[in-house]
Ligand binder design. Structure first.
Ligand code: IPT
Length: 922
């Protein structure tokens, strides 16, 4: 049966470029008739034009049928959800029959039925005649419809099987989502054109292959013949300056339009260059995903992705792990992103069986793998945005890689070849890795990496530029360590940057869970929340990770010195003339002066005016904003910022007034009432609801083994006198490790000062999740204003986006809505915070700073939750006041927090002051 055939298809036409043609085309998207069957062994009678489908459902095309009530999705990362027994697939093989009738316009003859993407196996009939079958889900296929078209009503029937031999080639880390999920059309275009446009020394060189004649009016090119090269004065295309010229190619029977961008990608002395200048990729991996439509992503959503990327200083995208919808690449040309176009190939699950029978190394699969590469390259060859071809992802090593690479090099020598899965780089032009540690990246940058066993391959690889096709796994809270990677990428010319894993959380909209991940549809084999690892939440709200990335990728940098600010241009291909610069001085987060800065187009040192003096802590913030509208953001959009502290402010004085009003529990020494407000605590807290990096990196397990989530408290002494001193030992059960804690309360004016001394007892070898105190306030304390870093969360190795200022938020707004609940929302370097109810408030002041989180649930409740709707507001606001937290890292996939961001048990002291709001001196 074809389903279990190594051949990639039958009956289809040669692949060709995606082109805008004036040839007539019929859009066959829309409502189709649909029927789902549990297996593949079905009669073909439904293909008969006279078949009665009135009992069937209707289904929109493009779509995935599972997202329209027929069956349910399943998620696996590496594992195949069927036995590894190529090319066979189980009898349980959901099969969707699709039918649609359409009327042919008067006088129409001939044409091609074109499917932009069907997952995973499609057999196609037109008016009862079988046209052939197709695999290669994220690739187009065309069948010649001409012989079978009839005037008037025509009937198209498509049978789609979820599983086929080709499924072994499509083991990408994502939901398995069958269906006709991209557009269907009947087109009379048959053209194929390959435009070559390079750029060097200020000039563009153009030629093209194909029949016909080419013209670019704007460049005075009127009638270029195929195979002829012409060099003209033209502006270059770059992701920063996506200059396109409209070429018109007149062919027999049709005219096509191609947008031409002049640019040259080259490698010199191991450095990746675009138009002769170093190219630093500030990239993200993008899967096609929409929380309701899966991979049937609406055009506006594709556009929204690119706008969001551009607005967050992202300049590159790897189309992980398959060619995207063709419109996405048009948008990349137009709005400006460097693209690695990746072939629809992944065989990761063979790793589970020691890579036995891996299609990548089996000659019987050579044709199928080459077919995928050809269909990608032919479709996408005219995009200036595409700078490399990628052979696929995680497909192991083997001889078919050479088959794919050799053909590609011949067909398109202008683009380097990328593939990460074979570290020997035998078939690639760049050295690519994923999740390499900072130390290894640095070694590669210095050219002192471990040698390959084969000296020839080693010498080849040593001459290659390096990129991380995946790094900084953005799962849950994080990624940590971004700035440290960027610093390396910018230091060593061999390092061409990389691509964050990944752009979006693939959470599917769900009636009870809000967003579903693996296992939520009862899949027997699944990989849980590993599909929730993006920089944007499923609804495309930026996560703190994306805001941090924006800061780290800034193309403008500020350095401050006495009375001057140095502005450095980090664009690769443009100056600063499109930006305006503004400065603001804030005292305690309140603006006291604002002025524009005149910055030369090349950057440089700018003198600051005399700045106002003041008693409080004052900061100067400089911002670079778009001076005029750009296609991807409006004038005023902030591109970069920098901050420097001008003065630290007067030391917090004591308030006068009555002694503080508080009660404590004589048994536990804990506060029960403060300024007339019912409180609990504060008491020592070491635990945090593990973040994904804690969990998957193994640290959370070690914490739990030690019992850090179930500390016991023993009060040794309560001493009253000048104030209140509580001596305690805090420790988990079943171990002799613990911490001696002394809480000292002193009334100062109308407030209370708390000093916490911590002294570890025993040999602590495991880092601590956090070190701080936790207290509870009544639920009415729902508003927080603070002076410190914000507005968003920050941990030791994240929070680059958080700047010093005065911020306000409700307790609800302080929560970061990670799809899988975990520690979040920590505000860092807080000088003071006011927690207020409509009628009263408590002000907490650090000495000098503390970390703040406030939630309507406990840490234990946060930890127990599996989806956000599990989190139910209780009758308390739980406030953590931290001295420190452990770093975030990216250990879910990649390195843990770097040593400088670890939190180790050691003697520590921290001080906090509590005042009723309104009476503090600050
Ligand atoms: C890497 C995959 O390439 C990517 O698709 C994704 O699954 C990521 O892991 C984890 O989220 S492969 C891994 C073995 C490093």
């Amino acid at each position: 049966m074809d389903l279990e055939n190594f051949a990639p298809g039958s009956g289809h036409l040669e692949p060709r470029a995606a082109l805008r043609s004036d040839a007539p085309s019929l859009d066959l998207n829309g409502d189709w008739r649909f029927r789902l069957s549990p297996g593949a062994n079905l009669p073909d009678d439904f293909a008969d034009p006279g078949y009665d489908d009135s009992g069937w459902d209707s289904l929109p095309v493009p779509s995935h049928w599972q997202l329209h009530g027929h069956g349910s999705p399943a998620y696996t990362n590496v594992l195949y959800p069927f036995p590894v027994d190529p090319p066979h697939v189980p009898n349980e093989n959901p099969t969707g029959d699709h039918r649609r009738a359409f009327d042919l316009p008067e006088g129409w003859t001939g044409g091609r039925l074109r499917f932009e993407g069907v997952e995973s196996f499609a057999r196609v009939w037109l008016n009862g005649h079988e046209l052939g079958f197709s695999t290669g889900s994220r690739l187009p296929v065309e069948f010649d419809a001409g012989p079978w078209l009839v005037p008037g009503r025509n009937v198209l029937a498509v049978r789609v099987h979820q599983w086929s031999a080709a499924s072994y080639l499509e083991d990408q880390d994502m939901w398995w989502l069958p269906g006709i999920f991209r557009d269907v059309s009947l087109t009379r275009s048959a053209a194929d054109v390959f435009v070559h446009a390079s750029y060097a020394d200020g000039r563009g060189t153009l030629s093209f292959d194909g029949p016909g004649r080419l013209a670019i009016a704007e460049l005075g090119i009127a009638d270029l013949a195929p195979g002829t090269e012409i060099t003209v004065d033209a502006e270059p295309w770059t992701a920063e300056t996506p200059r396109l010229y409209e070429a018109v190619v007149t062919l027999p029977g049709e005219t096509v339009r191609v947008r031409v961008g002049f640019r040259t990608i080259s490698i010199e002395d191991g450095v990746l260059l675009a138009n002769g200048r170093p190219l630093l990729l500030k990239g993200v991996n993008r899967h096609e995903f929409h929380p309701e439509h899966g991979r049937a992503v609406p055009y506006e959503t594709m556009r929204a992705d690119i706008l969001l990327m551009k607005r967050h200083n992202v300049n590159a995208v790897r189309t992980s792990h398959y060619p995207p919808h063709p419109d996405f690449l048009d948008l990349c040309d137009e709005l400006g992103l460097w693209v690695i176009d990746e072939c629809d190939l992944e065989t990761h699950g063979f790793g589970q069986v020691g890579w036995r029978a891996n299609p990548t190394d089996d000659p019987r699969w050579a044709e199928a793998l080459l077919d995928r590469m050809r269909r990608m390259v032919e479709r996408d060859k005219n995009h200036p945005s595409i700078i490399m071809w990628s052979l696929g992802n995680e497909a192991g090593v083997g001889r078919n890689l050479a088959v794919m690479a050799d053909w590609t090099r011949q067909r398109d020598p202008s683009r380097p070849i990328h593939y990460e899965g074979d570290w020997s780089c035998a078939n690639t032009d760049v050295y690519s890795r994923m999740y390499a540690s900072h130390a290894e990246v640095e070694a590669i940058g210095q050219g002192v990496e471990q040698p390959l066993p084969d000296p020839e391959l080693d010498a080849r690889r040593r001459a290659m530029p390096f990129l991380q096709c995946e790094y900084a796994h953005a799962m849950g809270n994080g990624p940590g360590g971004l700035a440290d990677y960027q610093e390396l990428f910018e230091r060593y010319p061999r390092l061409a940057g990389g691509f964050i894993w990944e752009w979006i959380d693939h959470g599917l909209t769900h009636p009870t869970f809000e967003y579903a991940y693996g296992g939520d549809y009862g899949e027997p084999v699944h990989d849980g929340n590993f599909v929730i690892d993006g920089l944007v939440f499923p609804d495309r709200t930026p996560s703190p990770g994306l805001l941090d990335l924006k800061k780290v990728f800034e193309p403008v940098r500020f350095e401050f010195a006495d009375q001057v600010v140095r502005v450095a241009n980090h664009h690769g291909y443009r100056d600063l003339s499109h930006l305006g610069f503004v400065a603001v001085v804030e005292e305690e987060g309140v603006p006291v002066a604002e002025f524009p800065l005149e910055v030369p187009a090349a950057g440089g040192e700018v003198k600051l005016p005399d700045l106002p003096a003041g008693d409080g802590e004052r900061w100067l913030t400089v911002r670079a904003v778009l001076a005029t509208d750009q296609p991807w953001a409006d004038a005023g959009h902030e591109v970069a910022w920098g901050q420097t502290r001008l003065s630290s402010g007067a030391v917090d004085g004591l308030t006068s007034g009555a002694a503080a009003d508080f009660d404590f529990d004589p048994g536990t020494g804990r506060l029960t009432r403060l300024f007339g407000i019912e409180v609990e605590g504060p008491q020592l807290e070491l635990w945090r609801a593990p973040i994904d990096n804690d969990t998957y990196g193994g640290l959370a397990g070690r914490w739990r083994d030690l019992g850090l989530h179930r500390l016991t408290h023993r009060v040794d002494a309560i001493e009253t006198g000048d104030g209140l001193t509580v001596r305690a030992r805090v420790a988990p059960a079943a171990t002799d490790l613990g911490l001696h804690v002394v809480y000292r309360w002193v009334a100062t004016g109308g407030g209370l000062e708390l000093t916490v001394d911590v002294e570890p007892d025993g040999d602590w070898t495991v880092p601590l999740p956090r070190l701080g105190v936790v207290m509870a306030l009544p639920a009415a304390f729902g508003d927080v204003t603070w002076f410190g870093r914000g507005p968003g969360e920050a941990y030791p190795d994240t929070g680059m986006a958080a700047r010093v200022g005065r911020w306000s938020a409700t307790v609800e707004e302080l929560q970061t809505p990670y799809v899988y609940p975990q520690e979040n929302g920590h505000r860092a370097d807080v000088r003071w915070a006011e927690l207020t109810s409509p009628s009263e408030g408590i002000r907490v002041t650090g000495a000098p700073v503390f970390g703040l989180t406030a939630r309507r649930w406990t840490t234990a409740e946060l930890e127990a939750a599996r989806h956000r709707p599990d989190l139910k507001p209780g009758d308390r606001v739980h406030v953590n006041l931290d001295l420190a937290q452990h770093g975030v890292g990216t250990a879910a996939c990649g390195p843990a927090a770097l040593p400088q961001y670890e939190l180790h048990a050691g003697p520590a002291t921290f001080r906090l002051r509590f005042d009723p709001t309104g009476s503090s001196s600050v």
